[in-house]
Design a binder for this molecule. Structure first.
Ligand SMILES: Cc1cc2nc3c(=O)[nH]c(=O)nc-3n(C[C@H](O)[C@H](O)[C@H](O)COP(=O)(O)OP(=O)(O)OC[C@H]3O[C@@H](n4cnc5c(N)ncnc54)[C@H](O)[C@@H]3O)c2cc1C
Length: 468
């Protein structure tokens, strides 16, 4: 369809997290109309930055990995480039805690060969990866743990891939699906026969500019914190696009006109609208709260099955110290535990190393994560017990003296969706629902990737699907 003849869609979006905001922005850029219904009184969803006692605190994401041109373009087009801050060079260094000691995770072939983290036999086994043949048929039922054990050996799972899974999903590698939770790694094996060969090929394509991938990936945030991004996208939307404190009272589908009718209340205002498309970006565990009409009851039946997606709890505890209390240079992105490490923590980010102005002058801040799919009970500890046991570990690992001068705890009862084995059934249900009811689109971090960058790309792709 040419630009001149393109039909102007009017789209209702439920949820003003980064997925919903990105979709609205690109729809409006393409000449469509979009309105966002947001239950809370703010935009950004999980992305939330606050300030307390001179500390800048991220309740959700601390960083955004920019490795795709489309994400870089969004930042530029919403005018945020001058606000962008790139993580300190030290962020390239990552620590793994193994047997109560910090080890640097190798970042190059030479450092891998000389690393004290891996045994000689572990290294030899990992080096065989390019020569391990791929599974005979495409498998959507291999866990990430089995995949890594098969291709790289058990030691790489324990000391490299396992910690990586904690850092991204707070997940359990024995349950996460390689195909859905790590699609890029899965694709490397499928297309190149080896993860190593696939990564080399992807790197070459990125350098030649043959994909959206950027040759150089940057870990970034913004001077005022991550929330600057959703706020800037929201500011670019047409007036009256976002209705906050919105209570959706009805959602029905008119089979004849193939349009979605939405009723809502916001404070004293209430309204009714008819839309060509409906994008739902609420977390999967909130789908059952949406008031679908009984006519769409089979939609309801299908979507409520998505409840079975596990969202384990995660607690983020920021601790602040005077610099002289910490006998470690904190010269890295942070530390993650090896899989079998006995610890209450999943890992920690060295926030004040990553970005300036995250802690008051003369102080440092560390963001400790607890909980996740393997140890959800750790996220639920009482504040004082949590702080005491984390401090015991930090004293030993980082040589910290005394008590923190600052602490802040953010609890996510349902944090990150786990794309576990069986996710293909959930996806099939969503797709079936979308086929049956034209115009409905399920989006958000449980579909298409959980990172902020993935959510932006999901929003862009949706706007293209709707435009076509
Ligand atoms: C603790 C934590 C740390 C993270 N760290 C990182 C990181 O460092 N880097 C990274 O890239 N990613 C990180 N992530 C992941 C990333 O932040 C999220 O995946 C992403 O922000 C999700 O965006 P979203 O728009 O899909 O969903 P959300 O942000 O959840 O937005 C959904 C919106 O829907 C609204 N809503 C819910 N129900 C209704 C309703 N009935 N009616 C109307 N609106 C409704 C909600 O209020 C919310 O605003 C982290 C996540 C967590 C939890």
């Amino acid at each position: 369809m040419t630009e001149q003849t393109q039909e102007r869609k009017n789209v209702a979006i439920i949820g003003a997290g980064i997925t919903g905001l990105s979709a609205a922005y690109y729809l409006q850029q393409a000449g469509h109309s979009a309105v966002i219904f947001e239950k809370s009184n703010r935009v950004g969803g999980i992305i939330q930055t606050t300030e307390k006692d001179g500390y800048r605190l991220e309740h959700g994401p601390n960083t955004l990995m920019v490795n795709d041109k489309r994400v870089a373009d969004l930042i530029k087009s919403v005018g945020l480039e001058p606000e962008l801050i790139v993580a300190n060079q030290a962020a390239n260094k990552r620590f793994v805690v193994h047997q109560r000691k910090l080890h640097t995770l190798p970042s190059s072939p030479t450092s891998f060969l000389t690393s004290s983290l891996f045994s000689l036999s572990g290294k030899m086994r990992a080096l065989k990866e390019p020569f391990i043949s791929k599974l005979a048929s495409e498998s959507s039922s291999e866990s990430f743990a089995d995949f890594i054990r098969r291709r790289f050996g058990p030691e790489m799972l324990e000391k490299a891939a396992g910690p990586f899974v904690s850092g991204i999903y707070a997940g359990d590698p024995n349950r996460l699906s390689t195909r859905f939770a790590f699609p890029n790694i899965y694709r490397c094996e499928q297309q190149s026969g080896s993860v190593f060969k696939g990564l080399v090929k992807a790197g070459k394509e990125a350098k030649k500019g043959e994909t959206n991938r950027l040759a150089k990936r940057e870990i970034i945030s913004f001077k005022d914190g991550m929330e600057a991004l959703p706020k800037a996208v929201a500011d670019m939307l047409n007036d009256d696009t976002i209705i906050t404190e919105a209570d959706i009272s009805s959602i029905s589908f008119n089979k004849k006109s193939k349009r979605w009718n939405i009723g809502w209340k916001a404070g004293k205002c209430h309204g009714q609208g008819s839309f060509s498309d409906l994008i739902i970006t609420v977390p999967a565990h909130k789908l059952e709260d949406l008031p679908f009409d009984t006519h769409v009851s089979d939609v309801l039946d299908e979507v409520t099955k998505v409840q079975h997606l596990d969202y384990p709890p995660v607690t983020a505890m920021v601790l602040g110290f005077k610099k002289e209390q910490v006998n470690h240079p904190l010269d890295g992105f942070g530390m993650l535990n090896a899989l079998n490490e006995k610890s209450k923590m999943l890992g920690a980010l060295f926030i004040s190393t990553l970005f300036e102005n995250r802690a008051p002058e003369g102080h440092v801040s560390i963001n400790v994560m607890l909980g996740g799919a393997r140890t959800p009970e750790h996220a639920k500890m009482a504040d004082s017990a949590m702080k005491a046991s984390v401090m015991d570990e930090l004293r030993q690992l980082l040589g910290i003296e005394g008590n923190p001068t600052f602490s802040n705890i953010v609890r996510w009862e349902k944090a990150i969706p786990q794309l576990n084995l069986g996710y293909s059934n959930i996806l099939a249900q969503l797709e079936q629902c979308e086929r049956k009811y034209p115009g409905i689109h399920f989006a958000g971090n449980y579909r298409g990737g959980i990172s902020v960058g993935d959510c932006i790309i999901s929003g862009i792709k949706l706007s293209q699907t709707i435009s076509n």
